[in-house]
Write a protein that binds this ligand. Structure first.
Ligand SMILES: Cc1cc2nc3c(=O)[nH]c(=O)nc-3n(C[C@H](O)[C@H](O)[C@H](O)COP(=O)(O)OP(=O)(O)OC[C@H]3O[C@@H](n4cnc5c(N)ncnc54)[C@H](O)[C@@H]3O)c2cc1C
Length: 658
């Protein structure tokens, strides 16, 4: 536990700081840690939640996702979404220091080069793959898989793509589900290439990736223990916990934000702190557009409807909402290797940090280009249909023209890049009979809007899954492809029997109906304050600066313009690291090197350093959990015959079919 933390309460807060950071989640802690490396600048971080209390459900990989539904989760509720049978989806989001990195499944992968080069196509110079690669390395310390595991599963990696001394550990669990070997052999039968490493820009086809996992302790590596804990000891870094930012106050043209208002609750007194240099918003894909809108930065019509004076009319704030729409199919395996029972697994974990409890979720990935999941002519037809659609055709009615124009540009870029083998259309992850299938570059766009001018009122949002019918079409292809893999000889050795959606769901129409009834969040909300030109509905420029302002930046997942084909946490780390460097440069402060990541590199007073491989966070064998969850998270696709873990993976004990 960090005993030197500069946690302060609202009475002790200084009148002003050089930088005020709104949201101490994933990106907020990265930027706070980097800016406070310079002892001559003062930094205040304001976080709506607490710090975690080192619970097992945070640290033990097997429990990853256990913080969902607890007090560390906003548990945002969507509207009844008309595009998917009026279903309401709960979207988990961290309300705790470290944010999403406390809740997440620890999958730690990057997108393909094409995903980031598409951001440059949108007008963001300096945001392509080659620009971001040094920052992917900067935040990472990679440890290769143990040789025996690598041999058994044929895990390959490219050391030159990885970081060697960053704050976040990337390593492999010491147990993988043996059925993954059948899956990879089945994929090879169908001609799916195995890439050397997804981290080198080739996150395509099949490949292996590590987890955000400490290599010896086998515990979660996340923004709190990587960035926040070392940095918070500095005297120039203050933290306000359990305080919600209610509004940013500014004036002038361009608008200069001076004050940041915050309060402990709806009926509590509001206080204001002054930002001398910059205000940096990092409140996440739902929280950040909400704060901008409450502050008068957003679509004028929305702000006027809620009696909020307009500081900057920016129609893109809260638009462009993207996620990887997610589905699970299930097969009962009649001939799977016997599962390790939980008591043995627990013993293995605490005695030698081995076994299934070291495993949080996926390591063997498929990120398939369209041409790999269907015929060339079908793939071509899908691309032609993307091009043929008029931009506003499937957007929400009343979408402002600038946002429509931005989507037109995005659609053109996606059609061009999805037509190649360099951009993935879907992700498939196999685990013990379940197959997770998710859309990687959806064409549907959702939105986030304030529901009132009360900052404690929940925002209104709609992910609008499959609003664009082409998202349904290629998802049908993906499910058919996954069935083709299951039909190959290596998978047939496991004697699979599909029970969801089930063999009777076998026409395109039946699959579409099933998809509409099932599709849900993969927890990858992003893109609601897109980094693209203002005339195209953009909210921030390529340096994260909010249009129409002189000192307000956004640095979190909301500024991603097009969702990459990957689980997003490594991208969020890289983008935040790069922006932190740019903020320092803009202020004439020394930046830390992009190949070495020491969080103390430019500070003379700090005592912090990058954690070493001997970090001592090992929980004792009988660790007790000090926090009792207040609610229980319901997995996305529960079925009567399969025990489903947080990630929708089947964890049932296989019963041989007679
Ligand atoms: C359940 C789950 C599983 C996931 N699994 C994976 C995975 O396995 N691999 C992967 O790569 N990615 C995964 N992700 C995604 C990834 O973790 C997120 O994309 C990323 O952490 C988002 O970072 P962020 O900085 O944008 O926002 P967050 O980390 O959400 O940070 C926002 C912070 O702002 C605070 N905040 C919000 N409003 C206010 C306010 N008004 N005042 C003060 N503070 C405020 C919040 O409390 C929060 O701490 C998962 C996410 C979730 C939720």
């Amino acid at each position: 536990k960090n005993t030197n933390a500069k946690y302060i309460d609202a009475r002790q807060v200084q009148a002003s700081y050089d930088y005020v950071i709104v949201g101490g989640g994933h990106s907020g802690t990265v930027v706070a840690a980097r800016l406070s490396e310079n002892p001559d600048v003062s930094v205040l971080l304001i976080e709506a939640g607490p710090t975690d209390a080192d619970e097992d459900f945070v640290h033990i990989p097997k429990n990853a996702g256990g913080a969902m539904g607890t007090k560390y989760d906003w548990s945002y509720q969507s509207v009844a979404m008309s595009t998917v049978n009026n279903r309401v989806v709960t979207v988990p989001a961290g309300k705790v220091i470290g944010g999403g990195t406390v809740l997440n499944g620890m999958a730690f992968d990057r997108g393909a080069a094409s995903d980031y080069d598409a951001w440059v196509d949108l007008g963001n110079e300096g945001r392509g793959w080659n620009d971001l690669l040094p920052y992917f390395k900067k935040h990472e310390t990679f440890t290769p898989p143990e040789p025996a595991l690598a041999r058994e599963f044929n895990i390959t990696y490219d050391l030159s793509a990885h970081g060697t001394d960053g704050p976040i550990y990337a390593s492999y669990p010491r147990y993988l589900n043996p059925t993954l070997k059948n899956w990879f052999r089945g994929l090879a039968t169908l001609g799916m290439p195995l890439e050397l490493d997804g981290a080198n820009g080739r996150a395509l086809n099949a490949f292996w990736a590590p987890n955000a996992l400490h290599p010896t302790n086998m515990t979660r590596s996340y923004a709190k223990n990587g960035y926040y804990d070392p940095a918070v000891k500095r005297s120039n870094f203050h933290v306000l916990l359990n305080r919600q930012v209610t509004k940013l106050v500014g004036s002038g043209s361009p608008v200069k934000i001076t004050g940041v208002e915050h309060a402990a609750g709806a009926n509590e007194a509001t206080a204001t702190v002054i930002a001398n240099k910059e205000v940096i918003v990092a409140a996440g894909a739902i929280g950040s557009p909400k704060i901008l809108q409450l502050s008068g930065i957003g679509p004028a019509s929305l702000l006027q409807r809620h009696n909020i004076p307009v500081l900057v009319d920016l129609p893109g704030v809260g638009s462009n909402y993207q996620d990887h729409g997610y589905l699970m199919t299930f097969n009962m395996l009649g001939n799977a290797p016997a599962a390790i029972d939980d008591a043995t697994a627990r013993q293995q974990y605490f005695s030698s940090k081995t076994g299934p409890w070291t495993n949080s979720g996926p390591n063997g990935f498929v990120f398939a280009p369209m041409s790999k999941i269907t015929t060339a002519s079908r793939a071509q037809s899908l691309i032609s249909q993307i091009n043929a659609q008029t931009p506003a055709q499937f957007l929400r009615s009343g979408t402002p023209q600038a946002v429509v124009d931005g989507f037109a540009k995005q659609k053109e870029i996606l059609a061009k890049r999805l037509a190649t083998a360099e951009m993935a259309g879907v992700e498939l992850v196999f685990s013990g009979g379940s197959i997770m299938c998710s859309q990687q570059h959806p064409l549907s766009r959702g939105y986030v809007e304030i529901s009132s001018n009360n900052p404690f009122a929940a925002p209104t949002f709609d992910l609008r899954y499959v609003a664009n019918p082409l998202d349904l079409d290629y998802t049908v292809d993906a499910i058919k492809f996954s069935r083709n893999v299951m039909a190959t000889a290596p998978l047939q050795e496991l004697r699979p029997q599909e029970f969801s959606p089930g063999a009777n769901t076998n026409t395109d129409d039946a699959l579409k109906t099933w998809i509409k009834g099932q599709i849900s969040t993969m927890f990858h909300s992003c893109c609601t304050n897109p980094m693209q030109p203002r005339a195209l509905g953009g909210v921030v420029d390529s340096k994260g600066l909010v249009y129409g302002t002189s000192n307000l930046r956004v640095v979190d997942a909301s500024i991603i313009p097009l969702i990459p084909g990957s689980h997003p946490q490594a991208t969020v780390y890289a983008v935040a690291e790069k922006l932190a460097d740019e903020i320092k440069k803009a202020a004439g402060n020394p930046t830390s090197s992009s190949s070495s990541s020491s969080s103390s590199s430019s500070s003379t007073t700090t005592t912090t350093s990058v954690p070493t491989t001997t970090t001592t966070t090992t929980p004792p064998p009988t660790t007790t959990t000090t926090y009792t969850p207040t609610t229980t998270y319901t997995p996305p696709a529960p079925t009567p015959t399969c025990s489903v873990n947080k990630w929708g993976q089947c964890t049932f004990k296989p019963t041989p079919l007679s």
